[in-house]
Ligand binder design. Structure first.
Ligand code: FAD
Length: 468
């Protein structure tokens, strides 16, 4: 492979072809540090032309490519397998904001731009790019599109797919497709853009994109409400939508046990209530009129919910710091769970109306099969997306519990399937859930997906072993 590596060095410069273990390590270990792969090299092109030239070399030498953005993916999609035969192609140097158009409400950015930088560039133009994830300081726009990321504002603005108008892609045949159109209407045949979004790097490499922008809200208010059951939370969601309409931008559910873990591992973060309640919802309103208008809406919502006994207590953040403190509770659940020990995670979606029923039915099945297991249930209730995580019984070593992962997954995912849900709501499939796909997708869907893969990547070079 020396000839291949030398050709890569000639193409992008020797400094951007990493082969030493110490340099490569950060690119071959996944975010949760569960898996360490091996790479022939890490390639760091600086432009779309360089990406295309590298893909051409990979075709010539038959080298598989693992595209990588911020490597924050949670399903082992962005790291290579342990064969050492694939290269990691890092998009991080493609990080230019090419153009902001406040009249068309679009911005054209390169795939390696960090999400937080894109949000900041939009804000500088008095616009909002609403995609928001806890990993936004590290994840990239290309990774967001390739995983069709969700996050906390999907309820109002949609997921990454709905926030994208155009793409530039280097295909598996090393051609560059310039689809950087900022059009909201374009019915000229098959939607190629939608094929590459959510493809997890298995069809081509996204090098740039046109993103949708929105007016900045005049006011944003956050509230936390305490309630008894997920069903009460669903009724609260309907009431909030009736009161606030499109101003309701986030609606997150958190079980008491999830927040107890946060309090245990991050003692500086405490719940703002005198007593504990079984469930909590975190709501955010983004108002286009004024702070007073938003406050009035929120106050009347909380008053009616208390009156109807849907909620037992509520706090409304009156400053940015208080709002941040409430969001911090939500955003620290995963870290608190990690500090508690290993656990089995599920990122699932269910039709919203069935969520309460799903939780009670599946909790019961898990207690029957794995007595004493502790449920860490939280997530984007407004989108029907739960992070339905299972921690070991209090006195069981986590390594012993993790041995039962396949059996736990089977109970949860079969239940999801019975409820007409999806085993991956927003994280994708990667190498982690690839096998399980076969159990839940119909043969017709699998055949269509395989035909697309073969048509677009006949040499099977793009992220092999992921998704399909
Ligand atoms: P990577 O991890 O580098 O790659 C992800 C996948 O995309 C891989 O298959 C990779 O091959 C492919 N890929 C990356 N860039 C390209 C490209 N330019 N062209 C083609 N393929 C490419 N996800 C959510 O959806 N919602 C959340 O709320 C959320 N919260 C998170 C919180 C934390 C703390 C962490 C660590 C992760 C979270 N994630 C969440 C998961 C993750 O951040 C997202 O999946 C994110 O979109 C991945 O972006 P990335 O740049 O890190 O991509």
């Amino acid at each position: 492979m020396d000839a291949f590596l030398n050709a890569c060095r000639e193409t992008i410069g020797a400094d951007y072809v990493l082969t030493q273990d110490a340099d490569v390590l950060g690119f071959v270990v996944d975010w949760r540090q569960r898996f360490q792969g091996k790479a022939l090299a890490v390639l760091k092109p600086g432009s779309t032309e360089e990406v295309a030239a590298l893909v051409r070399l990979c075709m010539q030498f038959n080298v598989a490519i693992v595209p990588q953005g911020g490597n924050t993916g949670l399903v082992l999609g962005s790291v290579p397998d342990s064969s050492g035969k694939a290269v990691v192609l890092s998009l991080k140097r493609l990080n230019r904001i090419r153009h902001v158009d406040p009249v068309n409400n679009t911005m054209t950015v390169e795939a390696g731009c960090i999400l937080a930088d894109v949000q900041a560039a939009a804000a500088q133009a008095q616009r909002l790019y609403p995609l928001s994830l806890a990993s936004e300081g590290s994840c990239t726009v290309g990774g967001n599109l390739s995983t069709n990321a969700g996050g906390t504002a999907v309820l109002r603005y949609g997921n990454a797919r709905e926030l994208c108008l155009g793409l530039e892609v280097v295909t598996a045949g090393a051609e560059t497709w310039d689809g950087l159109r900022g059009l909201r209407k374009d019915n000229t045949g098959y939607d190629l853009r939608d094929l590459f979004i959510g493809a997890e790097g298995t069809l081509g490499i996204i090098t740039a994109t046109v993103l949708k922008l929105f007016p900045q809200p005049k006011a944003q208010l956050t509230a936390l409400a305490a309630l008894q059951t997920p069903d009460a939370a669903l009724q609260m969601l309907s009431l909030a939508q009736a009161h606030c309409g499109a101003s309701l931008t986030a609606f997150e559910l958190m079980s008491d046990f999830s927040l107890q873990l946060v309090g245990t591992h991050f003692p500086q973060m405490q719940l703002p209530f005198a007593s504990r309640h079984p469930q909590y919802v975190l709501l955010e309103l983004s108002d286009s009129e004024s702070e007073q208008h938003a406050s009035a809406m929120l106050e009347s919502l909380v008053a009616e919910a208390l009156d109807k006994d849907l909620i037992q207590d509520a706090v409304v953040a009156t400053s940015l710091a208080q709002s941040r403190a409430l969001w911090n509770l939500r955003e620290h659940i995963s870290m608190a769970q990690a500090a508690e020990g290993k656990n089995i995670k599920h990122d699932i979606s269910i039709p919203i109306s069935d969520i309460g029923h799903f939780i009670s039915a599946t909790d019961l099945l898990l207690q029957q099969g794995f007595p004493g297991c502790r449920m860490v249930t939280f997530g984007h209730l407004g989108d029907g997306n739960l992070h339905y995580n299972v921690s070991p019984p209090a006195h069981m070593p986590d390594t012993e519990f993790i041995e039962q992962q396949e059996a736990v997954n089977l109970v949860v995912h079969d239940s999801v399937h019975r409820f007409g849900g999806s085993i991956s709501a927003e994280h994708g499939l990667g190498a982690l859930k690839r096998e399980e796909l076969l159990r839940y997708k119909s043969p017709v869907e699998m055949t269509l997906m395989r035909s697309i893969k073969v048509a677009l990547d006949p040499q099977q070079l793009m992220n092999p072993g992921k998704l399909l």
